[in-house]
Design a protein around this ligand. Sequence first.
Ligand code: BT5
Length: 285
Amino acid sequence: MHVIVMGDALLDIDRISLERAGGRIGRRVEYVESLDSTNAEAWRRIEHADADGLVVFAEHQTAGRGRLGRTWEAPRGAGLLMSVVVFDQPVGQDCVANDSATGARLGVAIAVATCDAIARTAGVTVVIKWPNDLLIGGRKVAGILIESRKLSDARVAYVIGIGINCLQHRGHLIGPLAKTATSLEIESEFAIDRTALAVEVLRHLEEWVLPVPAVNVDRLRAAWMQRCEPMGRRVHLLHGGKAYAGSMIDIDPGAGLVVQLDEGGVRAFSALETTVLPSPTTVDE
Ligand code: BT5
């Protein structure tokens, strides 16, 4: 892990709290300068009765996690590293639907919200790559990790982890990331204010994520389709130990990515159970 201090502009947690006053997401904001993982910290704090809407921020993670055991790397102070806790039952309202598709719809809503927050703050065009990557010019600028657990009172808790590359220069993106990753500092013509970006992400999550259990699936699908990689693009996927190749044809917010398979037939792949494989360059790039 390369630790590079990115100057003294730490996240302004007081400003974030103030901006989120009255909202559900960000009603409690915690800041730990350095920790293992903001997602891990959010789970540690979830036992507190009042955790719904809690957001944990950090400047540095020693064990930042991606999906499926992968890692998230960011120099100290360079990224926006945050985790948001959402319970499936809105505070003070009737219990909402809690079907298995809620998690999948949540993934779509979070990607749309984060995509818009970045685009708005940094003035860049961001594209969603299924299931959870946000790209600028084909390079990953942000990743999303959604974890869920059933609580003892039968509610489901979600921890939404978001990592956004903000202040990294090209020299900070080392090893394989040199070719695959980028940052807002590299891509935007504006000075990047991580605090303003944090506020914007929370605001967009409130707008997109909270209505998810009751949301109109067509609206979610349309939002994704406006922001995603072009349909028709080829994909190589691993699901249930078997590799699949085909062309993306649709997103089903409840079921996943819909693919026209080379072997014939159409099938949906759920984000939770599917790994996107690198495509052979001769075929895809
Ligand atoms: C993700 O996983 O993209 C989800 C990343 C979520 C990170 C946030 S940070 C705050 C919160 N707390 C946590 O502990 N995690 C969340 P995945 O699709 O598995 O992508 C991981 C892969 O992305 C790695 O294997 C690398 O190839 C690549 N990668 C790692 N760090 C990167 C970075 N800073 N920028 C771009 N790509 C990166």
